[in-house]
Design a protein around this ligand. Structure first.
Ligand SMILES: Nc1ncnc2c1ncn2[C@@H]1O[C@H](COP(=O)(O)OP(=O)(O)OP(=O)(O)O)[C@@H](O)[C@H]1O
Length: 228
């Protein structure tokens, strides 16, 4: 089996709630290998977003280690974590979070230019990705002029613009009607399969979850296989 691109090792995470502590993750382990698509299905409030934030270095665990591409991230400083987040991790959220004043193409160019890529090259890759996700014909439009499904496909293109190793998605089709959700998921799946990216996708949609390689859930603070 290929080496994991994302590993969570003995992760602990709890939140203070008034006088109490709410334990979300306790001794949680998880690993994701290249080319793998894993669904994270758990009830609301179970800690899906927390797990994705920890995996994406947006939050730090209370204990345990997040390892990305073989590199333990716990002792890295903010700049080093930001660099890993920019280059190795792509995020897709339930709401697209595209920049409203910029076109679809520009939204996909910006993260590339932040890492120093020349505008011409960034534009070429943006158009290629938008075409691949079947929104190339909408490249010159601003987010408000796009449908929900188109917005999410642009958000996916943006998330993979820097060719990350890991894609983390939090309910990426949660705002869409079932048919549009299916189309957006088709595009996401094709991209993951074609690029060898590893994806962890939180979803409430069991039909989409079944199409992934594995389905996991959160139980007793641990990541465990989902059983029907
Ligand atoms: N910063 C915080 N401070 C205190 N409690 C928090 C914080 N973030 C999350 N929580 C609590 O931790 C629990 C898990 O939250 P999380 O957002 O990870 O759940 P989720 O499984 O993603 O839920 P949903 O499906 O509704 O998005 C919730 O009970 C939430 O209220």
């Amino acid at each position: 089996m290929a080496a994991a691109v994302l590993e969570l090792k003995k992760i602990e995470r709890s939140y203070r709630q008034g006088a109490d502590r709410l334990t979300i993750l306790q001794d949680a382990d998880f690993a994701l290998v290249p080319g793998e698509m894993v669904a994270l299905v758990a009830p609301s409030g179970a800690g899906k977003s927390t797990l994705l934030h920890l995996a994406g270095l947006l939050e730090a665990p209370d204990a345990g280690e997040v390892v990305i591409g073989g590199r333990a991230c716990g002792r890295l400083n903010d700049d080093q974590r930001t660099a890993i987040r920019r280059n190795e991790i792509g995020f897709v959220y339930q709401f697209h979070h595209l920049l409203p004043e910029f076109t679809a193409e520009e939204n996909v160019m910006i993260p590339q230019m932040v890492t120093g890529m020349a505008p011409g090259e960034a534009k070429g890759r943006a158009l290629q990705l938008l075409d691949y996700l079947r929104v190339g014909h909408r490249a010159g439009h601003r987010p408000a002029e796009l449908s929900g499904g188109e917005q999410q496909r642009v958000a996916i293109a943006r998330a993979v613009a820097n060719a990350p190793r890991v894609l983390l998605a939090d309910e990426p089709t949660g705002n869409l009607d079932p048919v549009t959700a299916g189309y957006v998921f088709d595009a996401l799946e094709a991209l993951v399969r074609q690029s060898g990216l590893a994806a962890l996708i939180a979803t409430h949609n069991h039909d989409l979850a079944r199409r992934m390689d594995r389905v996991v859930t959160l139980e007793g603070g641990k990541v465990v296989p989902f059983r029907h």
